[in-house]
Design a protein around this ligand. Structure first.
Ligand code: NOJ
Length: 677
């Protein structure tokens, strides 16, 4: 597979199989000496304090001040008032015995204020540089108020669209997750974590979380070692090699052992095999969750298991602050184990330059929504929106009027997607607003029809139908609200919600050409709806600049180049679905569909290969699918060698010809299969 390149007219693209060079941020000996010197001065309680991460309590009450002064807290999440951050830091640095600075963390997942497409959307761009730029801008915005640690990238391989967190991932493919995860890490961290605009990245969730049973969050996973190493671990190994400053445990258990208490993963693989020296933080309350997992008796037992399995920082279980010191005194956790965890968090603080430079400087100019940020976000929308169908309708040229209808046509909050915490919907430009302001010569007839994607009541749909009747073309913005995807937003039915299909039928009855634009957090099953329309653009919640970016594509200011980072199923029953499934002993062929079986047929074997009687073996759209307004022709490929030996590279070349005279991007995919030889 290769990544986005400009294909002006006819060029040769070489495909190189291999990983990008790792950029590591190894500590200096000097740092290690400072860590050891500090560690020697610390009491057991102060050590445990460094391992305690707590959430914003909504201010700075007296008891919190006292905790900070006595070194009982090492880091915070979700404190976002810069003045409060400065004051808390002052207490830690100036009033605590050893003056160890705090770190302030936050889930900056696809933007802090300027919201970029959700990671699943960014993955559709296949553009490392753009993903890195998005992360850089996110870090600049968040660090301006004092956030120096983000819990991103999420590099969980996601093959089940029922799982709400598919929105936060780069999709189903190991290589794509690897490459884009590394790009995001580079964007957040730069090559100098001491830069005040750098944020420590967090590779999460370690590991296998995307394989949760039936796409339900927090659920069980069973992943054999071979699949773990082939599919789930490589993005994390690459993240470690790229110098990701932190890792986060996942909520799931794997083969019966919760990640948070998993010595094999956290010690054998992460520390011993990969030599990782960053911080391993638990997920929110995941130490405590080992009790209902049936793996720990109580919170104290959870603290013991987590510490002995290499979990450094306890996020919001209070297991460490309540029990870790006692466990050491009782000999159930060695002080050496605690010291190792403390080394890791101190190392992070040194790496971030917090000992030298603990305070932020309050910005004199508004650091948010800068022209550069909005432009990058717009480009990201353009490169992330996938053209799935086009029967000669797009791009729209010479139209005098358009109907802008549907629940996502003017939904500033919802188009930003999951994890857009704190972003201002007033800076989220909707398709309706963009078309009105940027295309003043086109008459816009607007009516949402359904106020939200889940609305079942058709009483407002008549207004949208009326708008359609008056227009040359109908732009139907369908999809799902932000609140229907993301953490704990799993669905058993992933078709269009509410009365959207009914609304589409009513629009169809007008006989006008229909362009359906889907704005959603996951693949939606919508075969019948696609049949009804003339063109389909699919955008995974594209963020603040949804409107301008999508309008650029609709009206031909930009050419679609995005390709699916996930397989789109026809039916929910096909899940989990992904392109690189195993071949099976009876790969699908001889397909007989249910409707082709005569009524009253006697028992006989049909096809006897691996497929569903009602869905066949094909998805609605395969991984990597995506059209353009131009077409590309591929010549036969040539290989630099027919044999690939260990540690060698083969170059695969082919001519790719852009057959229409539009300058356009494309992504060429090369998929290989290993056979036992
Ligand atoms: C739980 C989520 O699983 C994780 O991804 C996130 O970083 C933490 N909460 C902190 O908000």
């Amino acid at each position: 597979m290769t990544f986005k390149k400009l294909v002006p007219w006819c060029v040769v693209i070489g495909f190189v199989i291999g990983l990008v060079a790792a950029c590591t941020d190894k500590p200096t000996n000097q740092t290690e000496k400072r860590i050891e010197a500090l560690l020697k001065q610390m009491t057991l309680e102060e050590k445990v304090g460094q391992l305690n991460q707590i959430n914003d309590v909504g201010g700075l009450p007296e008891d919190l001040k006292a905790q900070l002064a006595s070194g009982e807290i090492g880091s915070f999440l979700n404190v976002i008032d810069p003045e409060l951050i400065i004051e808390m830091q002052r207490i830690a640095v100036e009033e605590s015995r050893l003056g160890i600075p705090l770190i302030f963390a936050r889930d900056v997942i696809h933007g802090y204020k300027t919201i970029f497409p959700i990671p699943l959307g960014q993955a559709a761009s296949w553009n490392r540089d753009l993903v890195e730029l998005g992360a850089r801008i996110s870090a600049e915005e968040a660090s301006a108020i004092g956030i120096r640690w983000t819990f991103s990238p999420m590099i969980d391989i996601s093959r089940d669209a029922r799982w709400g967190r598919i929105a936060e991932s780069f999709g189903e493919d190991t290589y794509l997750n690897t490459e884009l995860g590394v790009a995001m890490i580079r964007g957040y961290q730069t090559d100098d974590l001491t830069d005040p605009t750098a944020m420590a990245a967090c590779a999460k969730h370690f590991v296998g979380y995307g394989a949760s049973e039936s796409g339900k969050d927090y659920n069980t996973t069973w992943i054999p070692e071979v699949q773990m190493r082939d599919v789930y671990l490589p993005p994390f190994q690459a993240a470690a090699e790229a110098g990701a400053a932190t890792f986060m445990c996942s909520f799931n258990d794997i083969n019966g052992v919760p990640s948070t208490g998993n010595k094999h993963l956290n010690i054998n693989i992460l520390r011993n095999e990969w030599g990782y020296d960053g911080v391993l933080v638990s997920d929110w309350g995941s130490a405590e969750n080992m009790i209902p997992h049936g793996f720990a008796h109580d919170l104290k037992d959870a603290a013991r298991i987590a510490a002995n399995a290499g979990m450094d920082v306890d996020m919001m279980s209070y297991a460490y602050p309540q029990h870790l010191a006692d466990l050491v005194r009782e000999g159930k956790v060695s002080e050496k184990t605690v010291d190792n965890a403390v080394r890791n968090i101190l190392r992070l603080k040194f790496r971030l330059g917090l000992f030298e430079n603990p305070y932020i400087e309050l910005p004199t100019e508004n650091p948010f929504y800068t022209e550069r940020a909005l432009e990058a976000a717009r480009q990201s929308v353009v490169e992330s929106t996938i053209l799935l169908k086009n029967e000669g309708v797009l791009p729209l040229t010479n139209v005098k009027s358009v109907a802008v209808v549907g629940p996502m046509s003017d939904a500033g909050l919802d188009q930003m997607g999951t994890w857009s915490l704190g972003a201002d919907p007033n800076f989220s430009i909707t398709p309706l607003a963009a078309i009105r302001s940027e295309y003043p010569n086109i008459t816009v007839n607007a009516a949402r029809g359904l106020e939200y994607s889940r609305v079942k009541d058709m009483k407002e749909v008549g207004k949208a139908v009326e708008a359609a009747r008056k227009s040359d073309v109908v732009l139907f913005f369908a999809g799902e609200e932000a609140i229907l995807s993301g953490e704990a937003k799993c669905l058993a039915n992933i078709s269009l919600q509410g009365a959207q299909t009914e609304m589409l039928k009513a629009l169809k009855a007008t006989g006008k050409p229909i362009v359906m634009v889907v704005i959603a957090g996951r693949p939606i099953t919508m075969g019948p709806e696609i049949e009804m329309v003339d063109a389909v653009l699919y955008a995974f919640h594209p963020g603040s600049m949804t409107g301008p970016g999508i309008a650029d594509l609709i009206f031909g200011k930009a050419i679609p180049s995005a390709k699916l980072p996930v397989t789109m199923p026809k039916m929910v029953g096909q899940l989990p679905i992904y392109y690189n499934h195993k071949n099976t002993g009876r790969p699908a062929n001889n397909i007989t569909y249910m409707d082709d079986i005569p009524y009253g047929a006697e028992q006989f074997s049909i096809g006897s290969t691996s497929y569903h009687l009602d869905a066949g073996d094909k998805p609605l759209y395969p991984f990597g699918y995506g059209l353009s307004y131009t077409t590309f022709e591929y010549s036969p490929v040539t290989l630099s060698s027919n044999i690939l030996k260990d540690n060698e590279t083969i170059t695969v070349s082919c001519d790719i010809t852009n057959t229409v005279k539009y300058k356009s991007d494309t992504v060429a995919h090369l998929i290989t299969r290993a056979l036992r030889g």
